[in-house]
Design a protein around this ligand. Structure first.
Ligand code: GAF
Length: 388
């Protein structure tokens, strides 16, 4: 995590010299369960030891926010009452979450905020959810007597994406950032919102991310298009079965999907097929972990990659290349992580193969693309909290 004193020194320098409270929220990894959250399925994420640290303080104005993005050296001031909000994309997360927290009854007034992060941007580790949950945690503490529940903060973060940032995401990223616990993955049922902490210490294995450095960008149509495809399939199935209750693909069976195959078209059919399979794979991975069967976990990860690449079509050449290298090096499991369209692969690697895998991936990737992938060893950390 970013050093508190570093953030504090900038907060003092850029505002009136006074200090505020400091909050931290992490990015996330996800072992398996991709694009299942907005389909009411299961996900299996954990928070990481990298994230966003923000210092915040009420500034005694009615609704003026003075915000400084330390890493970008960019200052933006705006009013919460301005219906257009700020233009800078990073400032829209602050504007959006403040308005969403107001909707939840928090009497947010003007405040100063400076923040920095060490979760890589565009790597698919959800720097945006880290921002939303960090700012929500701060506003809840400063203006709301911490009355807003953790789940409501998750939903406020998601609503910020939907209403101010153009991404119709699910709840996985904000959930992981708010509820994360060091050393644990979390299996979340996105329909019932029940979840369970899974201590994760794979004996003899480690998790490592390889960042293709292809910038993953979810705003815009490709992510939302996938979601629309899934919803379209549900609509068709529901029309065929007026007696049933079909809210998401979670409520649909393989047989029902086959019934609408010709009506929905090949693209929507393939996407829904991936989602149905992915829902089952999360449960299979949880069982395999309980039994210490890491080979099975790995097998599921490769299947997920294949589905994300061929059926869901959210991979890219560089990520497929990294996945192929993992296979060649006999890495136990490897797949695209997060929304896709760039970012990282997540790899479950036996300790004795780790060095060979990383060296090979760096060398081959560099030969093909002219730069090495970045390597992040996964450390599973805590969720949103006040630091001081
Ligand atoms: C992104 C979204 F924000 C999540 O809600 C989730 O859908 C993920 O892509 C894919 O699993 O991170």
């Amino acid at each position: 995590m970013v050093d508190i004193e570093f953030v504090r020194s900038r907060f003092i320098k850029h505002f009136d010299g006074k200090t505020g409270n400091v909050y931290a929220s992490p990015g996330r990894i996800n072992l398996i369960g991709e694009h299942t959250d907005y389909n009411g399925g299961f996900v299996f994420p954990g928070a990481v030891d990298k994230g966003i640290v923000a210092e915040m303080r009420a500034n005694d104005t009615e609704d003026t926010v003075m915000a400084y993005a330390i890493d970008l050296k960019d200052r933006v001031d705006f009013k919460l009452g301005d219906p257009a909000g700020p233009k800078a994309s990073w400032a829209r997360y602050i504007y959006g979450i403040a308005l969403e927290m107001k909707k939840l009854g928090v009497p947010v007034k003007g405040f100063n905020i400076a923040f920095a992060g060490d979760v890589p941007l565009g790597a698919g580790m959800s720097s945006s959810a880290a921002m939303e949950s960090c700012f929500a945690c701060g506003l809840n503490d400063i203006f709301g007597e911490n009355k807003v529940s953790q789940w409501d903060m998750v939903l406020a973060g998601q609503a910020t994406e939907h209403n101010y940032c153009g991404v119709n995401c699910g709840i996985m990223d904000q959930f992981a950032s708010v509820f994360g616990k060091a050393g644990c993955l979390m299996r979340l049922d996105c329909r019932s919102r029940e979840f369970e902490y899974f201590p994760f210490k794979p004996d003899g294995y480690r998790l490592v991310l390889l960042d293709s450095v292809v910038k993953h960008q979810l705003a815009g149509s490709p992510y939302n298009d996938r979601r629309n495809s899934c919803e379209n399939v549900v609509k068709h199935i529901a029309a065929k079965h007026p007696e049933g209750k079909f809210e998401t693909l979670r409520d649909c069976t393989w047989e029902q999907l086959e019934e609408v195959k010709n009506e929905v078209g090949a693209e929507d059919y393939s996407r829904a097929k991936f989602v149905l399979g992915e829902k089952d794979r999360v449960l299979a991975v949880c069982d395999a972990l309980t039994e210490g069967d890491y080979e099975k976990v790995g097998e599921m990860m490769y299947k997920t990659h294949e589905g994300l690449s061929k059926d869901y079509e959210v991979s890219c050449e560089e990520l497929d290349f990294l996945n192929d290298i993992a296979k060649e090096c006999e890495v136990t499991g490897s797949r695209i992580m997060g929304g896709g369209f760039g970012g990282c692969t997540i790899n479950l690697v036996r300790n004795d193969l780790y060095k060979k895998f990383i060296d090979t991936a760096k060398k081959k990737f560099n030969e093909k693309y002219g730069h090495e992938p970045k390597v992040y060893d996964v450390v599973i950390g805590d969720g949103s909290r006040r630091l001081c």
